[in-house]
Design a protein around this ligand. Structure first.
Ligand code: FES
Length: 168
């Protein structure tokens, strides 16, 4: 059996212990614990999956199923600023693919290796990362994207440099 080690700060684990008390059975806390892990470590790797499974009395595969089901969870490390570009129909028709291209060109990001299992591409300097996302719930104002938790609507592809300039 492969063992993965992860150093979880005491403060973070205390927060998790408190969250678990909100649920009748601790396994039900898997989603909030994964959110806490991602907030702290910026992604959820194999070590984190195993750690959360041990914490909640689950098998790692049960936690991994949750991580891979929800597109908001990342399995690989993002850049300092993570960008999500909506590619669903309304945004696609409004230019989200052109926006993606422009953002990648501006940030010097190569997406040629991206696939379903590895959706995130990172700039060589580690400053920006990017991925396509499904509908971000603002279909009338496309193309839309998120940088970290900030929402940006009607981002014209030629405004990519201006947008990234806000995240230094
Ligand atoms: S299609 Fe882009 S926000 Fe809904």
């Amino acid at each position: 059996m492969i063992r993965f080690r992860m150093d979880v700060p005491g403060e973070l684990e205390a927060k998790m212990d408190e969250v678990i008390t909100h649920y009748p059975v601790k396994r039900s806390a898997v989603l909030p614990l994964l959110h806490l892990v991602q907030q702290h470590f910026r992604h959820i790797n194999d070590a984190a999956v195993t750690w959360v499974a041990n914490k909640l009395g689950l098998e790692p595969i049960q936690v991994l199923e949750v991580v891979t089901f929800y597109p908001g969870f990342r399995q690989s490390a993002p850049g300092k600023y993570h960008i999500r570009v909506c590619r669903t129909l309304s945004c696609a028709m409004a230019g989200s693919y052109e926006l993606m291209e422009s953002l990648c060109k501006t940030a010097n990001i190569d997406r040629s290796h991206v696939d379903h299992h590895h959706p995130i591409a990172v700039s060589p300097d580690g400053k920006y990362s990017i991925e396509f996302a499904e509908c971000l719930a603002s279909c009338g104002t496309g193309p839309v994207c998120m940088v970290e938790d900030d929402f940006h609507e009607a981002v014209a592809p030629e405004k990519a440099a201006e947008l990234l300039g806000k995240y230094q």
